[in-house]
Ligand binder design. Structure first.
Ligand code: FES
Ligand code: FES
Length: 158
């Protein structure tokens, strides 16, 4: 069918080849076709940041992209970050410094932080707040998130 396309994409180190509708959003592809439900969908129009994933290493809002745009690219979702047995240092820090309450915003924030902390290993509070300014959290008031990012940076430096 003409509105279906083959997508070859690497997600969290694994290769997938799927035929998808041209209109399928990348966020829905990840959640419904690949069952990677760690990527959350809040606003569905690019405001909340809950759907943030890494696209060739850069954070993108997966609700603003079509799955077909991922053809030939590498995606990382929160499932690729760590495992319950071996958390990524950023996840460890959020756990220890209470950076998550309901957790709805957390996957998007974590994925935003991965490239941020790689490029800025010792950020100050203003830089941290700027980095997460595109990720909305309804629960934490942000202070615990900022504290978690400081702890994550410390862990990643050592
Ligand atoms: S669900 Fe994508 S930015 Fe809100
Ligand atoms: S922890 Fe609930 S929205 Fe952020």
């Amino acid at each position: 069918m003409s509105d279906h396309h083959l997508v070859a994409v690497n997600v969290n180190g694994k290769d997938y080849r799927c035929t998808v509708e041209a209109r399928l959003l990348l966020s829905d592809f990840l959640r419904h076709e690949l069952n990677l439900t760690g990527t959350h969908v809040g606003c569905e129009h690019g405001v909340c940041g809950a759907c943030t994933v890494l696209f060739d290493g850069q954070p993108v809002r997966s609700c603003l992209m079509f799955a077909v745009q991922a053809d030939g690219h590498e995606i990382m979702t929160v499932e690729g970050l760590g495992t319950p047995e071996k958390l990524h240092p950023i996840q460890e820090a959020f756990w220890e410094a209470h950076g998550a309450q309901c957790g709805f915003c957390t996957p998007g924030i974590l994925m935003t932080l991965v490239p941020f902390l790689e490029s800025n290993p010792d950020p100050d509070e203003e830089e941290i707040r700027h980095a997460i300014s595109g990720n909305l959290c309804r629960c934490t008031g942000y202070q615990h998130i900022v504290d978690s990012v400081k702890l994550a940076a410390e862990k990643m430096r050592t």
